[in-house]
Every structure is written in structure tokens, then in C-alpha cells.
Design a protein around this ligand. Structure first.
Ligand SMILES: Nc1nc2c(c(=O)[nH]1)N[C@H]1C(S)=C(S)[C@@H](COP(=O)(O)OP(=O)(O)OC[C@H]3O[C@@H](n4cnc5c(=O)[nH]c(N)nc54)[C@H](O)[C@@H]3O)O[C@H]1N2
Ligand SMILES: Nc1nc2c(c(=O)[nH]1)N[C@H]1C(S)=C(S)[C@@H](COP(=O)(O)OP(=O)(O)OC[C@H]3O[C@@H](n4cnc5c(=O)[nH]c(N)nc54)[C@H](O)[C@@H]3O)O[C@H]1N2
Ligand code: SF4
Ligand SMILES: [Mo]
Length: 738
């Protein structure tokens, strides 16, 4: 058969016979694309398209959004609540009433015997904001456990922690429009073309109108690095050294914005003293970027009339994650690049509603960026919900990664997992398996009953997905957008909001607190709580009080802050801190000296390769969804790794052969893709596959954010040369075939 254009038929776009289009928002990544779902005459869903009138995506979608309509009836969807006494026993279908009654009784029994905090709840960045707020009410106000967190600890925790340390509050200060105004963009560990394709398209549009330097810091030659003017292939985990060294150059050459520093920051002298130790001459040997390049990049950044930084998991998933974020903020503060057009510190968020959970879930405190540690915040919420403020803990409890350790040590006996799949997504699968086996009681609430973690549950709640329900998401640029209910709930699945409301009825405080049934009524509660001043007497940045579902759809998404006073226009504030006032006691931003400690597992004689992990464009996370959509899955149905051809030659490894990877934690079989994208001493494995890269990862934790360093550990490679060994690999492939 001949390949190539010559013998191809021209592409024809089939007429899907769409009768009506319905507005909604994409449910995968945090870009926040507006989507229209097309229904035919029989009201059957036939297609999706990007909304041309939406500022975020202007009609565009990536492959995941384009095929998203196929997920509603994909294989593995949960149809009925399930129960069993022991893991691995056959599940039996049950009624919602029975499943909820049993779960509530078990939670109460565990709490009575071992204390309120012996039951943990771990959620996600993939629910609707109204659902997050309601789960927070249930967890903090009714069940009353302090061991309540989300998978955002694997994802955005370092950004949250870094923002809070620098600016006194969470919340990305910039927006996509900053691309149109910047004169220099530095991207740290962020591969936009694959992970946020439509944000990348916005960046490319801006670059085509007006050229400015794009600098990419990533140990791999990612797709973004290929399009960059300067690629800095950094030694894994050493971004802080590079940034300190850049600040060394900037300060020693007096290129900083002293007026901005004097007016709006504190701690400059400490930074100035610290960065003296990071002369590019010595720093180059640690971060792997040569002295001259460090100097020229530092000058380029500081001299640009407006410069911006973006970052994603290459920074957050590190033992220096929170410090990395604080240091990017330092760089932008000393160059006067916060709160101005094209000058910002913009964390590119991950999951579709990673922002919604940070804002409203109460995981890290109380709703609306309130703190458990603050007595007024506790009183505020207790009064609004109608309970005693003493019911709340006075300090935040454990984060997801520490919750799992507390199960290991026997302090936590029961858990409820909502929209997250730790069996595949957490580091060191072998350890996670043992931890989940240890639980007396586990509830899994997920759209799919075949999600790996469900092997360990006692009760399974089938949840409805995406446009089977209604509510909001907040995207990377603080834009609140609406998911509309377009489809009926699949089988006997229920919206997460309904499940939380039903559970609340089974707890004493749940009968006291009002739990609205309707998502828009929940949104009204959040609007109310977003008004007014914070603990320092400053106006709340997270103000959504002017919004309504109707206005959100009309505007195709509104950015916060959007207060009642802004009612006239449909435009929220695109940027935060434009007046140089931060959410700290004296209104100044903190400059935080960041020292570098080399504490990662490094390649050595026994394990000579860096193991790096991340994502590819066609898959989303643990493939519960994209693994079942044929046109996504076909691009990479097999666990594989990127390996450098020179390193492969030295070991006798062939392209598309199978190899065994071994770390100090475990092993895994992957297919080899030879590519120059990775250096000779590194392999890269997408984390989408079960029993694959996370069998190997170590996941040392960041001291502030408790986020795992998924991207740094070491492995060795063994050639597999018999059929039996390859068969083991094939088994992994077949798991997801249909
Ligand atoms: N297609 C697709 N898109 C997604 C997702 C998905 O699963 N699939 N997930 C969403 C979510 S939740 C998230 S969090 C984002 C993640 O989005 P990204 O962070 O852009 O994606 P990753 O591939 O995890 O990691 C990005 C890069 O970090 C680099 N890196 C590794 N170590 C270092 C280091 O020490 N320093 C630096 N500077 N870089 C390093 C890696 O080489 C990798 O290229 O994507 C979102 N979008
Ligand atoms: N090695 C390595 N590991 C990583 C990473 C990495 O880069 N490298 N990245 C980390 C990051 S950044 C992230 S965000 C995590 C993601 O880790 P997870 O959150 O565990 O991964 P997902 O596959 O997104 O799991 C979400 C689950 O929610 C379900 N779901 C979707 N929508 C709904 C809904 O509306 N209701 C309910 N109840 N369920 C729903 C999906 O079916 C799915 O099973 O993985 C982390 N793990
Ligand atoms: S870029 Fe993100 S939000 Fe947009 S269509 Fe793709 S997955 Fe959805
Ligand atoms: Mo993430």
C-alpha cells in the first residue's frame, strides 16, 4: 500500500444533521474553551464545535474538545451504586438510599471510635465550583473532618503556596491578553502546544502580530521549546538556581525597577544578599545553563518594557515547587512586572476547574480564600451556614500526600475519593496499593466504575459527567464559565451536587445548614460570600458578586473580580494588583530569598537515567476518558518512553522495542520511542497509563506545598529480548482496548 498524499481521497466533512446547538464549556484542561454541543432531530448528541464568539478560544478546540461528545456513553460508565464487604469481592448493585445510608453509618462509626479526623475526604479539580462549595460545606460543616483535601496537591499546590507567600493570596494575576502586550516571555516547565493547545494558539497569534523573544526552560526539547527563540535545557530541579543567577546579574548591573521595589515590596535587601552567592560562573555548573546565556537572558528580561513568566508542572512538581513559584514572583517583582499589561507571573493551571477548587472547596481553609487560622473568617462562615464556629478546626489539616501516609500509619481508617484516581496518579503505586488495602472503608465516587482505584472500594457512587449537569468552572485567567445541562444523566448516575446534598441529610448539622438543590442557588451563596473586605480590611480580589449564569453565557465567561458595582459591563478585571497593593498586612508583596538544596534522587551507577514524566496532547490524565475515545487513544494506546538515540545505541535498544525500566521502588515495561527530544541521560514517560511510570516514581514532597516531585528520580533500562517479557507489556496495552 502506498502512503502519502497522492493516493488520498480529499477530506470530506460529513453532514452531522445538527438541529440545535447548546452552549457549554470544555471539561478537560484549564484553558476554558467555550463549546457548542450539536444535537440532531432525535435530540441525540452528534458533534461539538468551538464557540466563535468566545474570547478564550474564538472558535478553536483541541483534539480532546473536538471529540468530547463521545464520552457520555463510553464504556465503563457507572450505571448503579455498588457495594461489597471486602475489596476484590464481587460488587452487588444497590439503591442510592442503601449506598448513602451505609456510607453515612460507616463514617459516623469510624469517627466515633477513632475521632473525627480518622475519616478523610479527597476530591479533585474536576468538579463544578458549586459542587466544590457544597462538598466543603459537607466536609467542614457536617462531617467535620480536618483531613480534607484535593488532588490539586499533585498539581497546583506549589503555585497556591508560592502565590500566598509572595502576594498574601492565591490567584493568578495575569491573563491571556498579556501575550498581546509583552516584550519577553519566559516559560518554565510548561509545554503549551500539547497541554494547553488553545492558550498556545493565543500566544502564537500574538507572536505573529508582533515578534517578541520566547524563552523556554525545560530539560526536554518540547514542542514549545522547538518554537522558542532560546531554549534553556535545564538540569532537572534546578530552576531556582537559574532564577537566582538571573537576579544576580540584574541586581549587580542595576537593571531592577527600584521605584517599584521601594513602593510595593519588602525584603529586597535579603534577596540582594542571597543572590550574591549565585554568580553565573558557579551557578552554570549546577543548573546546566552556560554563564553567557544566563547573563543575556537576564538582561533581555530586565530591559523589556514588559516581561512575563508562565509556568506549569516543571516548576510545581518539584521539591522546590513552592520556592520556584516564589522565585518567579521575585524575578517579576524586582523587574516591576506584576499587575501591568504584558508584565505578570502567570501560573498556567491544570485541570478544568483547578481554580474553582482553590477558590471555593474549603480544602485549604474556608470558602472564598478564607483561612481556618483566622477567627473572623471562621465566624463569618459559621454565621452564614448557621452553625457554631467552634465546630471548625483552628488550623488546616493534612494534604492529600500526607493523608495517604496517615492511612499507612493507621491514624486514618476511612476515606471518600471524589473524582480522582490515585492508584494511577500518585507516586509509588506499590505503596499506594498497600495503603488503600489498609482502609476499613473506602468510597469511590466517579463517572466510571472501571477506574483503577475502584478495585479497593467498599461503596461506589456513579456520578454524572460534564453536560449532564450544570455549574461553573474557573480557568487559568480567572474566567468563570458555565457548563450547561444538555444531556440526561447516564443510567442511574447522579450529579455530584445531588450526592453531597443527600449525604448532608444524614448528618446532624446537615439538617441545620441549608443545602440548595439547584446549582444557581448555590452560586448565589458564593456570590454573597465573595463580597466585602478580607482579614486585612482590603477589598476581596475573589469577588463574583456581579455575576449570574445568564450574564456568564452572554459574555462567554467573565473574569473575577467582577463586583456588583461593575454590573453595567460584561467585563471583569483582566489583571490583579494593578495598583501595587497586595493582600498582606501592610499591602506590600514579599520578596522571599530562596536557597537551593540538592535533595533529589540523582542518576547514579545503578540507576543512570533521569526519569521525567508528563503528558501528551491526545490523552488526559489516567485515560478514564480519552483511553476510551478511539480517535484519541489510537495515537498512543501503549505505554511508551522517549529515549535519546545515542543512549539507545550504547545499550543496544531499538526503536519500538520493549524495555524494562527499574527504579528503587518498582519496575515497568514500556515501548521505546527514539527521539532527540530528551538528552542522553534522561527518559520521559507519559503518566497516562496504569501500572506504568508511577510504579517507578519517588515523589519526594515539597516542604511548603506537600506536592510530589513527579519529574525527578532515577531509573535503569533493561533490554527485553524474549516473547514472554514482551507479552507482559502487551497485557498492559489490552487493558484499555474495546
Ligand atoms: N493533553 C493534556 N493536556 C493537559 C493535561 C493532560 O493530562 N493532557 N493535564 C492538565 C493538567 S492537570 C496539568 S497540571 C497541565 C500540565 O501541563 P504541563 O506542565 O505543561 O505538562 P507536563 O508534561 O506535566 O510537564 C511540562 C514539562 O515540565 C518539564 N520539566 C521536567 N522537569 C523540569 C524541571 O526541573 N524544570 C523545568 N523547567 N521543567 C521541567 C517536562 O520536561 C515537561 O516537558 O496540563 C493540563 N493539560
Ligand atoms: N508521574 C506523574 N504523575 C502525575 C503527574 C505527572 O506529571 N507525572 N501529574 C499529576 C497531576 S498535575 C494531576 S492533576 C493528577 C491527576 O490525577 P487524577 O485526578 O487522579 O487523574 P484523573 O484521571 O483526572 O482522575 C479524575 C477522575 O475523575 C473522574 N471524573 C471526571 N469528571 C467527574 C465528575 O464530574 N464527577 C466525578 N465524581 N468524577 C469525575 C474521572 O473519570 C477520573 O477517574 O495526576 C498527577 N500525577
Ligand atoms: S485546550 Fe483544553 S479547554 Fe480547550 S478544547 Fe482542548 S482540552 Fe478543552
Ligand atoms: Mo494537574
Amino acid at each position: 500500500m502506498l502512503f502519502g498524499r497522492k493516493n488520498r481521497k480529499p477530506i470530506s466533512i460529513p453532514n452531522k444533521k445538527v438541529k440545535e446547538w447548546h452552549y457549554t464549556t470544555c471539561n478537560y484542561c484549564s484553558t476554558g474553551c467555550s463549546i457548542e454541543i450539536g444535537l440532531n432531530e432525535e435530540k441525540k448528541i452528534v458533534t461539538t464545535r468551538g464557540h466563535a464568539g468566545a474570547d478564550v478560544n474564538r472558535g478553536k478546540l483541541c483534539i480532546k474538545g473536538l471529540l468530547e461528545h463521545e464520552l457520555f456513553d463510553s464504556v465503563g460508565r457507572g450505571t448503579e451504586p455498588l457495594m461489597r464487604d471486602q475489596h476484590f469481592e464481587e460488587f452487588k448493585e444497590t439503591s442510592w438510599q442503601q449506598a448513602l445510608d451505609t456510607s453515612a453509618e460507616k463514617i459516623k462509626a469510624i469517627q466515633q471510635q477513632y475521632g473525627r479526623d480518622a475519616f478523610a475526604i479527597v476530591s479533585s479539580g474536576q468538579l463544578l465550583t458549586e459542587e466544590f462549595y457544597t462538598l466543603g460545606k459537607l466536609a467542614r460543616g457536617c462531617i467535620g473532618t480536618n483531613q480534607y483535601d484535593g488532588n490539586t496537591t499533585l498539581c497546583m499546590a506549589s503555585a497556591v503556596s508560592g502565590y500566598k507567600r509572595s502576594f498574601g493570596s492565591d490567584g493568578p494575576p495575569g491573563c491571556y491578553d498579556d501575550f498581546e502586550h509583552t516584550h519577553c516571555l519566559m516559560a518554565f516547565g510548561s509545554n503549551l502546544p500539547e497541554q494547553h493547545p488553545i492558550i498556545y494558539w493565543r500566544l502564537k497569534e500574538a507572536l505573529e502580530k508582533r515578534k517578541f523573544p520566547l524563552i523556554v526552560v525545560d530539560p526536554r526539547v518540547t514542542m514549545l521549546a522547538q518554537f522558542a527563540d532560546i531554549h534553556l535545557p535545564i538540569t532537572p530541579g534546578t530552576d531556582c538556581v537559574l532564577i537566582n543567577s538571573m537576579m544576580h546579574v540584574i541586581i549587580n548591573e542595576e537593571l531592577q525597577d527600584q521605584a517599584y521595589i521601594d513602593a510595593h515590596t519588602q525584603g529586597f535587601d535579603d534577596i540582594k544578599a542571597l543572590v550574591q552567592e549565585y554568580n553565573p560562573k558557579s551557578a552554570q555548573h549546577v543548573c546546566g545553563i552556560d554563564e553567557d546565556t544566563i547573563r543575556s537572558v537576564a538582561r533581555l528580561y530586565a530591559k523589556a518594557p514588559a516581561a512575563m513568566s508562565i509556568w506549569t508542572m516543571g516548576i510545581n512538581q518539584s521539591t522546590h515547587g513552592s520556592d520556584g513559584v516564589a522565585n518567579i514572583n521575585n524575578l517579576n517583582l524586582i523587574t516591576g512586572n506584576i499587575g501591568k499589561k504584558g508584565g505578570t507571573s502567570l501560573s498556567i493551571t491544570g485541570q478544568c476547574n483547578a481554580m474553582g477548587t482553590r477558590e471555593w472547596s474549603s480544602c485549604s481553609g474556608l470558602p472564598g480564600y478564607r483561612y481556618l487560622e483566622n477567627p473572623e473568617d471562621r465566624q463569618d462562615i459559621a454565621d452564614f451556614w448557621g452553625i457554631d464556629a467552634e465546630f471548625f478546626p483552628k488550623k488546616r489539616g493534612l494534604q492529600q500526600t500526607d493523608i495517604f501516609s496517615a492511612i499507612e500509619t493507621g491514624e486514618i481508617k476511612g476515606m471518600w475519593l471524589v473524582a480522582t484516581n490515585p492508584m494511577t496518579s500518585m507516586p509509588n503505586t506499590g505503596r499506594i496499593r498497600k495503603i488503600l488495602e489498609k482502609l476499613d472503608f473506602l468510597i469511590v465516587q466517579d463517572v466510571y466504575s472501571d477506574v483503577e482505584t475502584n478495585q479497593y472500594s467498599h461503596v461506589y457512587f456513579p456520578a454524572s459527567v460534564w453536560s449532564e449537569k450544570e455549574g461553573c468552572h474557573t480557568n487559568t485567567e480567572r474566567r468563570v464559565n458555565l457548563i450547561s445541562k444538555i444531556m440526561p444523566c447516564y443510567a442511574n448516575s447522579k450529579p455530584d451536587l445531588w450526592i453531597f446534598n443527600e449525604m448532608a441529610k444524614r448528618f446532624d448539622n446537615g439538617r441545620q445548614i441549608h443545602f440548595p438543590e439547584n446549582a444557581e442557588d448555590v452560586f448565589d451563596e458564593m456570590k454573597h460570600l465573595s463580597r466585602g473586605k478580607n482579614a486585612y480590611g482590603e477589598k476581596r480580589t475573589l469577588d463574583i458578586s456581579g455575576m449570574s449564569y445568564e450574564k456568564i453565557v452572554k459574555a462567554r465567561g467573565i473574569q473575577w473580580p467582577y463586583s456588583q458595582e461593575m454590573d453595567g459591563s460584561l467585563q471583569g478585571e483582566p489583571r490583579l494588583y494593578t495598583d501595587g497593593k497586595f493582600q498582606t498586612a501592610n499591602g506590600r508583596a514579599n520578596l522571599i530569598p530562596v536557597n537551593f538544596y540538592n535533595n533529589n534522587e540523582q542518576p547514579c551507577q545503578d540507576y543512570p537515567f533521569w526519569l521525567n514524566s508528563g503528558r501528551v496532547v491526545e490523552h488526559f490524565h489516567t485515560r478514564t476518558r480519552t483511553g476510551k475515545i478511539g480517535n484519541c487513544n489510537k495515537f498512543s494506546p501503549t505505554p511508551y518512553m522517549e529515549m535519546n538515540p545515542d543512549a539507545a545505541k550504547a545499550l543496544g535498544v531499538k526503536h519500538q522495542s520493549y524495555v524494562r525500566l527499574t527504579s528503587r521502588r518498582g519496575d515497568s515495561v514500556v515501548m521505546v520511542q527514539l527521539t532527540q527530544r530528551v538528552p542522553r541521560n534522561m527518559v520521559f514517560v507519559p503518566f497516562h497509563y496504569h501500572d506504568c511510570v508511577n510504579r517507578l516514581t519517588l515523589g519526594l514532597l515539597d516542604p511548603y506545598s506537600r506536592q510530589p516531585a513527579f519529574k525527578q528520580c532515577s531509573v535503569r533500562i533493561e533490554v527485553l529480548d524474549n516473547a514472554q517479557q514482551v507479552e507482559a507489556a502487551q497485557l498492559n496495552v489490552e487493558r484499555r482496548e474495546f
